[in-house]
Design a protein around this ligand. Sequence first.
Ligand code: ZN
Length: 333
Amino acid sequence: MITAEQTYLRTELERRRERLHAALHSPASDPSLSQLLTAVDDALLRIDQGTFGLCETCHDSVEAERLLADPLVRFCLDHLTSSEQRDLESDLSLAALIQRRLLPNLDLAPKGWDVRFHYQPAGMVSGDYCDLVETDGGLLFMLGDVSGKGVAASMLMSHLHATFRSLAEAGLPLDRMVEDANRIFCESTLAGQFATLVVGRATPDGLVEFVSAGHLPLLHIHADGVLPKDSTGVPLGMFCNARFPVHRLTLAQGDTVFLYTDGLTEARNRAGQEYGLQRIRALTARHVGNAPDGLISECLGDLASFAEGLKQADDLTLLVVQRQLPTAVPTQT
Ligand SMILES: [Zn+2]
């Protein structure tokens, strides 16, 4: 069967073949280029024969995201040669290092707000996205989750990071910013690659505006309880011309916005039950007055006791944005 992915990969392979032919005609061409050309021709032949994308050792399907990243891949992850295994490990270490450097600055001190985040990949790299940017118009906060896992997802995550970092400087209204990011994301990703996310802006007067593109409910924690705010938009990357309505909240001093990815809600215990939104609501309601650090550690502690020692299955990210309490003014004597 010819899938859309294979049509795409055939085009990609043909493009590589043209480039290789052009490079081979140059007088200073490297002999390794002709080996690459043979590999590309072999891959095109495998498409014609219907064996493309099957591991040459076990004949099971090779991971789709690896094929999309490199159409010359011939073995599944379980059957890599030892040199491929070493290359993969070093690629993963590098990807993990790059990703850690994309995380927001820990000593950020936006006026009127306290912010903390917790970023915990399930493997070496994560498909979760978390960023904080101080701008003239207030503090921008972003938290999201891209489709897929592993290196492919971490590449999409860094793509989102770069897009929002560039747009953040432009001082756009929030809906425009997300619409622009969505178009860029749509144009540069493949079908089936998308991201759910919340993008918010907090100003020193306590106003928080946010857009939620298909992400899990944002929690507004205040003295009287916890209010979930559902998403009203589609994930980024699904429709090029999607609109993203902006929602507004006014936070009293001490109020908190709590964001998380499905590594929290979909974590399971030994009985197969999900952690779930209700448990997060109940937990945050018990810790209304906590500072961001305390709220994050309560949440991680509760998750650990729920998970009963089971290995973390999905990337986990928590983000807490809290309006500061007024600082006591020293009385003059
Ligand atoms: Zn295999």
